[in-house]
Design a protein. Structure first.
Length: 159
């Protein structure tokens, strides 16, 4: 008895090979698009984290100070928020301001000279401005992408 050889058609092989190649190309496209989406999500997350960090930092500084100890100053072409605190070792002043691409903080003993370049970096930004109407203090932060965010706080009185 003769055994029959299975008949293979080149069209069958080409069809299966084409399906495998199509699956590979589609898989590669999904990975590439997924990578871009993930990168965009990470960038947005980092930006919102920086925004929240800056807002929380400034808000907590304001909450920890009495309203009478908070002064809005203008000098050297910049707005500066000065928080004064009296301790046993003396009176200290903390300055919050925008300088050289970042929100900065500088704490000095009363009477020491303010130098904006000496401040500690808090967060990258494009600008920070303050306005005060009575006890209502509003600050506007421009993030690194020039998106504006604002927050208003009612300053509490001393006592």
């Amino acid at each position: 008895m003769r055994q029959r050889k299975p008949v293979t058609h080149s069209a069958d092989i080409l069809f299966v090979l084409g399906l495998v190649c199509l699956f590979g190309v589609c898989s590669l496209l999904v990975v590439l698009f997924g990578g871009r989406v993930y990168q965009h999500i990470v960038e947005n997350s980092n930006r919102t984290d920086q925004q929240r960090t800056a807002f929380s930092y400034i808000s907590n500084k304001l909450r920890s100070a009495d309203g009478d100890e908070i002064k809005l100053l203008e000098g050297d072409g910049m707005q500066i928020l000065r928080l004064t605190e009296a301790l046993e070792s003396g009176e200290y002043q903390t300055y919050l301001y925008y300088y050289d691409g970042a929100v900065r903080e500088l704490t000095l003993k009363k009477g020491e000279i303010f130098n904006p370049a000496s401040g500690e970096w808090v967060v990258n930004a494009s600008g920070l401005s303050f306005t005060q109407e009575g006890q209502l203090l509003t600050y506007i932060l421009l993030d690194a992408d020039n998106q504006s965010m604002s927050c208003s706080m009612l300053l509490r009185a001393a006592g």
